[in-house]
Design a protein around this ligand. Structure first.
Ligand code: G7M
Length: 351
């Protein structure tokens, strides 16, 4: 039987803070549950407004956005206590306690990983970030062997549970699958990161049934038509599933490189949502449209021909398996000193 999150969290024994981000209002804690490592991530939820209503305009487009502030949890209605900090001229600021409610106004979204592996712990821990220029040679030398080990360790269990085991079945937004056309099949469902409530933060993931694409590195020109169809289907299906509260051109559709999981999947995010952490940032997110475009001229080996530039944390296994040395070498080759030269008042370079 699968344990539930409440029962597990009640046994959580705190050890230390892995990361705390005041901008995204996310904290990740490391601890143990039944003597096995556990990571609890808590994210303060966004404010509640009744609903985002898009009224049809003269050209049939449903803009602009109207918010309702009628229920007891929306806008300022939920203020239970308010204490002024200060005021100056026309400016006032203070602290508030808001009415909380599980359905309308939950305080936070909690994620639990248990048992957490050392890879999870390193991933969630605050770390320095680096920009890597991954040439096809560097990929073959460092990254591909790592991906191979990834498969050996069975880290795709959650993906296979969704595709074949009925996991999260009640949350699936769309499933396109038939035995005879397995290679065209895919599932769209809410990403673990989304609370499923606030459409402004809509975050879905599409997982394909094809198992031969481990990352965008494996994409070739003959996958182009497949990706175009997939992109069009996503842009047709998702708005319809959410009653057109979000439109086809309001979806940011992208792929991560490096991904955390080497089975091809696509991120589908409301364009208004800046994403948590660096998930939507340049150096991590590659727009599906740009990938499709590139496949038109990359040559028969597709992305295997391209140097990919991306951001990686120094806790990532790949950093210490060769990317760190490669970056040092690249900087040297480019004539860029890693540390600035310190010059004293006599204009002499000092160590
Ligand atoms: O960085 P990468 O492209 O590999 O991102 C994987 C995405 O899958 C992330 O946005 C995760 O939040 C999401 N994800 C990871 N797990 C383990 C799950 C899961 O079990 N269920 C769902 N729905 N999404 C997940």
């Amino acid at each position: 039987m699968v344990a539930n999150i409440g029962a597990l969290i009640s046994k959580f024994e705190y050890e230390r803070v892995l990361d705390s981000n005041p901008q995204t209002k996310v904290v990740s804690l490391l601890g143990t549950i039944d003597n096995k490592a556990a990571i609890v991530t808590a994210e303060k939820t966004h404010f509640s407004v009744d609903e985002t209503i898009k009224k049809p305009g003269p050209n049939g487009r449903r803009t602009p956005i109207f918010f309702q502030c009628e229920n007891e949890y929306s806008c300022v209605n939920s203020i239970e206590e308010l204490k002024e900090i200060a005021s100056n001229d026309i400016y006032y600021w203070g602290l508030a306690v808001l009415k909380q409610d599980m359905e309308h106004n939950p305080t936070a979204k909690l994620n639990l990983i248990w048992p957490a592996t050392p890879v999870h712990i390193r991933k969630y821990e605050q770390q320095n970030l680096h920009l890597v220029r991954e040439s096809p040679e560097l990929y073959l030398q460092v990254v591909e062997p790592y991906i191979q080990e990834f498969f050996d360790q069975g880290r795709l269990k959650w993906v296979n549970n969704i595709l074949y085991g009925g996991a999260e079945a009640d949350r699936v937004v769309y499933k396109d699958f038939s035995e005879d056309k397995k290679d065209d099949g895919f599932i769209i469902l809410p990403d673990m990161k989304w609370d499923g409530v606030n459409l402004d933060a809509l975050y879905l993931v599409a997982i394909v049934y094809r198992a031969d694409i481990r990352s965008m590195r494996d994409l070739r020109p003959n996958d182009r038509e497949w990706l175009i169809k997939l992109n069009n289907k996503i842009r047709t299906i998702v708005p319809a599933c959410y009653n057109y509260a979000v439109h086809a051109d309001e979806l940011r559709i992208f792929v991560h490189y490096q991904p955390s999981y080497y089975h091809f999947h696509i991120h589908i995010v409301n364009i208004r949502h800046a994403g948590l952490g660096d998930g939507v940032a340049a150096g991590k997110a590659f727009l599906l449209e740009d990938i499709i475009e590139s496949l038109g001229y990359l040559g028969p080996n597709g992305f295997m021909n391209r140097t990919l530039t991306y951001v990686i944390g120094d806790n990532h296994e790949l950093w210490n398996r060769g990317l760190k040395d490669a970056v040092a070498l690249q900087l040297e080759k480019d004539g860029i000193p890693k540390l600035p030269k310190v010059v004293n008042k006599f204009n002499q370079v000092v160590d």
